[in-house]
Design a protein around this ligand. Sequence first.
Ligand SMILES: *Cc1c(COP(=O)(O)O)cnc(C)c1O
Length: 487
Amino acid sequence: MKEALIFDLSREGRRGIRFGAPDLPSRPVRQLIPERFMRSEPVDLPELPESEVVRHFIRLSNFNYHVDKNMYPLGSCTMKYNPKINDCTADLQGFTSMHPLQPESTAQGSLRLMYELSGMLGEIAGMAAVCLQPAAGAHGELTGILLIKKYHESSGSKRDKLLVGDSAHGTNPASAAIANYEIVSVKSNAEGRTDIEDLKTKLTSDVAALMLTNPNTLGLFEKDILAIEKLVHDNGSLLYMDGANMNALMGITRPGDMGFDIVHYNLHKTFSAPHGGGGPGSGPVGVCEKLVPFLPVPVIEKNEANGTAHYTLNMDKPESIGRMMNFYGNFAVLVRAYTYIRMLGTEGVRRVSENAVINANYLLSRLLDKFELPYPKPVMHEFCISGDRQKKQHNVRTLDMAKRLLDYGFHAPTIYFPLIVSEALMIEPTETETIETLDAFADALLEIADEAENSPELVLNAPVETPVKRLDEAQASRQLNVCFFGC
Ligand SMILES: *Cc1c(COP(=O)(O)O)cnc(C)c1O
């Protein structure tokens, strides 16, 4: 892996573009900008021809793995294909030139897009209203939990516990802790679903809500959701759905119809905005009727007068929990999600979920000969197998097999999550993957299982084909250094 810094590739006098002489005299500009803001020396920019700039960045991109290169089977993360048309619409000048402080009357198109997106998300999940502000799933969870807090406070009910399932994403207890709740873990049963008997013992009068993920992180649908809903509501508690797995349900069933009071969506998962690399996300929150007054402000409203619609931002909501974000959220992500849903239409949205489920079940069926399945089939959009057999019989761990997958040209799946599965490999194939790609991935994993049996050193020393070999991951997170090559 060798690539010089772009500054080292620079040679004095080389140019990508030559500008003509400016046709404005420099004096008026100097008068406009106060002297103390003016540069005294030219900025130190690398000097290269355009072709060298492009090649430099293409070489760097080849060191990396990305969704345009091959399948990205990260369970829980829902690594969608990101249709290129999303970027075309997000790049429309009418959107990119917007300023959040410009007058409402000049922002009608953007307000309309947000208003309509809220409506479509509300319809998909069966919720009365949706707030687009939160910047990620975890931020949506925090918003939802603050709504729960406000709801109980407004009726004078003191409740300081939140129940969270033991297969939940780590953000669930983290968000609950940030909002100052005591977290009580609810066990999974032998089927990998909520243990109702355990839930009953934990559902005390001080429980504010139950946070459930449906389908859960094992890819299993909560079959007893109606019984759970009754228990929770009879206790005066609220029911929160972590909707990160909505890509298994869309157009088929709705959290609102199952009795959930709050749900968060991950637009950067289910609705195809790019993610990974920490890029902007979006975690809208949908609520049932009785929680609508508490939603964050401003609320986007549509008023109709003389047959024309006018969109406004209403700050006058006395019961609101306040703002969760500056301005209105990550707008460019909202444009992408809006484009995606409009492109698919009602039928297409349903097909996304159907294909996600069939792809996951197909892939799982191909892997069962070699890998243990800790909880019974069928699954929905993702599944979790275990590398226990390989560890016990050949001393090859899931981490080793994940590293070996990189040599086969695939990104590794999520590993060691959820915590209730030992040596977990959590796999979520994107719904747009073809059967040929799914087969190639299954073949690679099956071959790696053979290698673990017959030539384990190959797997233990992997990866060998990647630009960098096995990294010390613990050190990477403890001594964070984001400079290039340890500079
Ligand atoms: C991704 C995910 C989250 C958190 O979402 P972020 O946008 O990463 O904050 C929560 N729950 C589940 C099940 C997830 O997959």
